[in-house]
Design a protein around this ligand. Structure first.
Ligand code: DHB
Ligand code: FE
Length: 282
């Protein structure tokens, strides 16, 4: 049977991808950020997933304001890196897992979570930067990826509580897939940042660290945070953190905190990163 073994949580700042692509990771500005992922690279080499369900948001790249699915699952064989204005990143094509994706879609939709089914989509920094952070710069990505896109760009995004419960439904779906697969679920985006308006540049270290404190053992409590608190405390783009609750919802209630890292700044963003492992797998 397929089993969920771990969750990876990380910010997805586009400048991190550019720093890697341009060979600037050893520069004084970037070195402390990348040092926080050295453990993660060793960990994932030793705990390589067959499939990652990668929860991310599209930043008006694949979707425009013409069509805004709240939750969308990528069921395609492959997803190309998107052109975000400077040409597509020179990172490998992302290969999907259509069978597991279709199974998740069926299971979750019949479980009363209405996913949009995507059969063709390019993937932007929200997905490719976490892949680069965890896997470096390989010729080909070492696992399959099922993109799970969440609207956090155009109001109203889903509530944290809805996201957490969707994660639980995704877990039930993976548990019922008849295939021997090691599956990880990743949550991306955050932490505090605001890219626009008078509060552009906002960072809230206290809010972010409290969120990291509570993620392993108090996801139910985090799921109660209303939108307005994310916006007030973590900035307009801090709402991306609801995506972490989908990944957390797919894990066991009790998890092992394998790794935790927090760094300010990376571009305009506070970078948070955590690895949680299911105890039942260890
Ligand atoms: C930045 C952060 C993001 O999450 C994003 O999607 C785009 C830009 C930034 O900090 O520059
Ligand atoms: Fe973002």
């Amino acid at each position: 049977m397929a089993r969920v073994t771990a969750g990876v949580f990380t910010s997805h700042v586009p400048a991190i991808g550019a720093a890697m692509d341009l060979g600037r990771t050893e520069e004084p500005y970037w070195q402390p950020l990348f040092s926080g992922y050295e453990f993660s690279r060793r960990w994932i080499a030793a705990n390589r997933p067959d499939v990652v369900v990668l929860v991310f948001n599209d930043h008006a790249t694949a979707f425009s304001l013409d069509m805004i699915p709240t939750f969308a699952i990528g069921c395609a064989e492959r997803f190309e890196p998107a052109d975000e204005g400077w040409g597509p990143r020179k990172v490998p094509t992302v290969h999907g897992h259509p069978e597991l994706a279709a199974h998740i879609a069926q299971s979750v939709i019949l479980d009363e979570f209405d996913l949009t089914i995507i059969n063709k989509m390019d993937v932007d920094h929200g997905l490719t930067v976490p892949m680069s952070l965890m896997f470096g710069q390989p010729e080909a990505w070492p696992c399959k990826v099922i993109p799970l896109a969440v609207n956090v760009v155009q109001y109203p995004p889903p509530t944290g509580h809805r996201c957490w419960r969707l994660g639980q439904a995704i877990r039930r779906a993976i548990d019922s897939f008849d295939g021997d697969l090691n599956v990880q679920v990743w949550g991306t985006g955050g932490m505090s940042h605001q890219l626009q308006g008078p509060r552009a540049g906002l960072i809230n270290k206290a809010f972010d660290n409290r969120f990291l404190d509570r993620l392993p053992g108090d996801a139910a409590g985090l799921a109660q945070i209303p939108h307005i608190d994310y916006v007030r405390e973590a900035g307009s783009e801090g709402i991306e953190l609801v995506m972490w609750l989908i990944a957390r919802g797919a894990l066991d209630e009790t998890v092992l905190e394998t790794h935790r890292f927090y760094h300010v700044p990376a571009s305009n963003t506070a970078v948070g990163h955590m690895i949680l492992e299911n105890r039942s797998q260890s």
